[in-house]
Design a protein. Sequence first.
Lengths: 138, 278
Amino acid sequence: MIPGRFILLGILLAAVQTASAHHAAGLVYDTDNEQSMEAIVTRFELGNPHVRIYFKRPEDGGNGEEWMAEGGSRTVLVRRGWTEDMLKAGDRITLHGHPSRDDRPIFHVVNMEHDGKEIGTEDSTSENLLDQLRQRRR
Amino acid sequence: MVMGKPASVTSKLKTASALIFLMAFVPGLSAQPDFSGVWSGAMTTQDHLYWGPEDYLCFPGCPKLLHDTLGGLLDDPANDDRPTDELVGQTFGVVIADRMGRSTPEGVRRIEESSDTEDVDMAKFCAPYGFVRESLNALPMQISREGQHLKINYEEFNLSRNIYMDGRAHPAGGELTPLGYSTGHMEDDVLVVETTGISGDYFIGLNSPTVHYGSYADGATVVERYQVLQDPRRLVVELTITEPSTLTEPYTWTKTWLSTPDVTLLVDSCEDVPGEIE
């Protein structure tokens, strides 16, 4: 008999495990809470352990605190064509993802809109990847 | 009159004899599967039709029990109407209970401490992995032959290991390092790698049976069994770690990579230097 708390834990872990090679997004971010956020890029680091987009929020007049949006693994995204200069200071983008669990100015970005394009920003190409793989398995 | 063999036949016989001699007397050179090449796990090849949910969950390696249990649940028609997350949750329950049962009090303490995710500092994640995490890491790796020996270059943190195939003994009392000292030999078509001299790998905040259960103390020993399978061409490992201070008995992990000859390893370090590895 499997205790119910293990099943609940497993569901949570399954969700966060698929998010990252280096650490699980669910540790830091509230992955059940989907949000969108407008952003003015201040700097962009195609780095490790994950890519990071630093930004300020337009509603703060561009003068508020600097936020950081964290995406997927560097080499995974480089293989999808990401480059160091794909974002530059002053770019306006829309981020979709998850806020931090503790109200820090950080954000887990799953995809973003930039120059009219929607760009996946995480390692997994789909939020329902396990279900898709299961359907294919049949 | 005795006719001599044509020169070309004689030459081929000499070559064959030399090969037989080498295969018989030089460890590691007998007819064996070709382990060389670039191998990629499920995370970077997730659109490949080979992968199932149990493989994808194991992209950073996972306990063999996890892979086999989830695969069994998915194969059972009685579970066809159950959500995937529920089957994953049931599997994780099995794995967690099993691991707790195999853990010493120190092992249990480490697992419980690693589950405390308050004040997680993301910067600490950009430190090179220890043996289990690196050997099973999510990014591609390249295996090459260097003389008699094998070398594994990992894209993850651009670390590498030598696997000595000449039958040498492990150094006694040497310095402990994250990737230890590895020797290998063939058992039929299986490459068996034994590693000693491994320093401990202990980390907090990676709360997942597929990751943080790799935590172990100094002096662990590991046996890896690599096998190349076909259709599609792939590399499968079973990695068994023995570490008495956290485990009451050996614990086995598994991971599968696909052959990806078109993939080139990229620079992957905390210094964030872009480009390909020379």
